[in-house]
Ligand binder design. Structure first.
Ligand code: ATP
Length: 436
């Protein structure tokens, strides 16, 4: 590389180029996305983390040797280019860079496996490479903005962020989906949810949340189940189910607004229109949901839980996220508080995304009475001794409290209208995929 040029050039990212002046000398680093050559000129679309720009290599500027090197550039080779910014309406994006010198940082063989026409399984086998794609990069950026907005909302509302264990000894969501691990010869499990530990934390901090992975040995192959997924979970002291509903709708509405403001250029690659939902979201009871489903010809009896099919039918009836409350006891885990006015149902609430997407969050009010919790544990066929510390929370100064968990993958799947949850998760883990 020409030292004098390197000295004069300003390090730049692709997205900044259009704000620079004609002729500005820039120092760009990135990867070869597409290359073509015509009559003594080589055109490379260079990709960096901020976008794509066309770089033009001319023989009379870079010299014969470098032009030959440019002609041999392969897809995904990483290069550094010193060149001048040039505005040209014909260039994609209206701006290009005329190379004055360049070097190859890391060359790539010509067998890059992600090529037009390859199938889904190849893309998943090579996810470590496929994730660099321009559209995939937009997914990761929307995800990152989403997390930023989630944290902002909690920060603005007086919550503390905490982290709780992944190695646990008791089930939160039922034994069937536990991943067992050997913990120095003892049996332990990977956490299905942070909830129980968040419940402990509210006795110190009152309003807490965490962003953590959950693990479930989901045997079902659906478009919305992973075996490892990340949730935002929150728990609030002195809050009932209705408080939780308001918190969830405010949070989701804030996150969607911020995505519209800050990430529309990425979102628009996935959907034509995005109207952030405004509180209050519709609320229906489980009983009404069953009536709707039966009226649509779905065979479901009161007391049965909704599966993917039921939720799809139900959520097609709405064009904004909505809540389903008061699920029967048998549909929910042991810790859900029975409704005092009708103990066959619980003060539980799921939030469902519209347009057929279905459940994106689950939560509700927890049983806060010691004896009631002991009886519930027994009723669900669980062992009271497995829940020793959890019961202590009801022994020492118990308070009414509620919480929820929103699945980040499911929420993003709805926002980006993705057919499958794995489309929006960087390294998806499913029943038959744990590599790469
Ligand atoms: P489902 O009935 O759809 O399997 P669930 O009722 O078991 O979900 P919760 O225990 O309430 O789910 O978990 C809270 C949230 O975590 C869900 O609303 C969803 O967004 C997300 N979630 C749960 N299980 C999975 C999974 N296997 N893969 C991806 N996200 C999940």
């Amino acid at each position: 590389m020409d030292d004098a040029l390197v000295e004069q050039a300003k390090e730049a990212k692709v997205e900044e180029l259009s704000s620079l002046e004609e002729g500005s000398l820039v120092d760009l680093k990135g990867w070869v996305y597409v290359k073509s050559h015509h009559g003594g000129m080589v055109f490379v679309r260079l990709r960096d983390s901020t976008g794509l720009v066309q770089v033009v290599f001319k023989k009379n500027v870079v010299g014969k040797e470098k032009l030959e090197l440019a002609e041999k550039l392969t897809r995904e080779s990483s290069i550094r280019v010193i060149g001048a910014v040039h505005f040209d309406k014909r260039a994609p994006g209206g701006v290009e860079v005329h190379a004055k010198d360049f070097e190859v940082i890391g060359s790539a063989p010509s067998d890059y496996p992600i090529r037009p026409g390859v199938g889904v399984s190849v893309m998943l086998d090579y996810r470590h490479l496929h994730l660099r794609g321009v559209k995939m990069t937009s997914v990761w950026k929307v995800y990152s903005e989403m997390l930023k907005a989630v944290r902002e909302w909690f920060e603005q509302h007086g919550y503390y962020e905490v982290h709780v264990p992944i190695f646990v000894t008791a089930a939160c969501e039922g034994g069937a989906t536990l991943f067992e691990v050997s913990y120095f010869g003892r049996k332990a499990y990977l956490s299905q949810s942070a909830q129980m530990y968040l419940e402990a934390a509210i006795f110190s901090l009152e309003k807490v949340y965490c962003v953590q992975p959950s693990f479930r040995a989901e045997k079902s192959r659906t478009r919305r189940h992973l075996t490892e997924f990340w949730q935002v979970e929150a728990e609030v002291a002195f809050a009932d189910m209705w408080d939780i509903i308001e918190i969830e709708e405010q949070l989701l509405s804030y996150v969607c607004q911020k995505l519209k403001e800050r990430a529309w250029k990425h979102l628009r690659k996935f959907r034509k229109k995005f109207t952030p939902p405004e509180p209050p979201f519709p609320r229906i009871k489980y009983d009404e949901a069953v009536d709707i489903l039966q009226s649509k010809g779905v065979e479901i009896e009161w007391g049965e839980d909704f599966g993917a099919d039921e939720e799809r039918v139900l959520s097609k009836e709405f064009d904004t996220p909505f809540f389903v409350t008061h699920y029967p006891r048998q549909c929910k885990a042991f810790y859900h508080k029975p409704d005092p006015s009708n103990p066959s149902v619980t003060l539980s609430v799921d939030m469902l995304a519209p347009e057929g997407y279905g459940e994106i969050s689950g939560g509700g009010q927890r049983i806060d009475d010691y004896q009631e919790l002991v009886e519930s544990i027994k009723l669900f066929g669980l062992k009271v001794e497995d829940y020793g510390w959890y019961l202590d929370l009801r022994k020492y100064g118990s308070v009414p409290h509620s919480g929820f968990g929103i699945g980040l993958g499911r929420t993003l799947q709805w926002i980006l209208k993705a057919p499958h949850i794995r489309d929006v998760v960087m390294f998806p883990r499913t029943i038959n995929r744990v590599y790469p």
